[in-house]
Design a protein around this ligand. Structure first.
Ligand code: FES
Length: 110
């Protein structure tokens, strides 16, 4: 028996809704942070893996790194990987795509 994962694209924002170095939070899947870096969009789970803190709303984005402003853990928004303590677990990473001026985040479904 084999299963094939498919994805569902959800609308995140328009390209012009956030500037480079900014982010926002979607309510889908328990919270998804969307980041804009040099015109590219990246998406991860929104909640810091150390404690509950929104990275999309409260994080500070610098290059491809988002800093959790509660205890200063940093994550790579391209991979979700933690870059320093106190976070040791990765954020969930989501694929993104742009169609015209609309940005989509892809959720993996079984
Ligand atoms: S809640 Fe993010 S570093 Fe503690």
């Amino acid at each position: 028996m084999s299963t094939t994962a498919s994805t569902t694209a959800i609308f995140a924002c328009n390209v012009g809704d956030i500037e480079d170095g900014e982010s926002l939070t979607l309510e889908a899947n328990g919270g998804i942070a969307v980041y804009r870096v040099d015109g590219e969009f990246f998406a991860t789970s929104d909640t810091c893996t150390h404690e509950k803190w929104s990275l999309g709303e409260e994080g500070e984005l610098e290059g491809h790194e988002v800093t959790c402003t509660l205890h200063m853990a940093r994550f790579d928004v391209r991979t979700g990987a933690p870059l320093c303590f106190p976070a040791t677990l990765a954020l969930k990473k989501y694929a993104t795509s742009i169609d015209g001026d609309k940005v989509y985040v892809h959720l993996i479904e079984d």
